[in-house]
Design a protein. Structure first.
Length: 85
């Protein structure tokens, strides 16, 4: 019997770029998650690199709103029509 530390398996970049989803863990090859290195996402979204941001992403991967990290009241106002009864 072998002794020693167990072998660790780390995910590859390909695995990270194609997350498994759904009941059967299928890979949706139409959606690859990676930044576009030709564009600055911070500048595109008006995000301060030093302060950061809170990004509200819909289930269909659409960015619904970008807010400052302390923008709780703005977030509440944005979501109020969606969650009001």
């Amino acid at each position: 019997m072998a002794t020693g530390a167990p072998t660790r398996v780390y995910p590859t970049a390909d695995y990270l770029a194609h997350p498994r989803k759904g009941r059967y863990g299928l890979i949706d090859y139409e959606k690859v998650f990676t930044p576009d290195s030709s564009q600055d996402v911070f500048a595109l979204r008006g995000i301060d690199r030093e302060r950061g941001a809170m990004v509200l992403v819909r289930p269909d991967q659409f960015i619904a709103h970008v807010l400052p990290l302390d923008g709780y009241e703005e977030l509440e106002a944005f979501l109020r029509p969606i969650f009001s009864c």
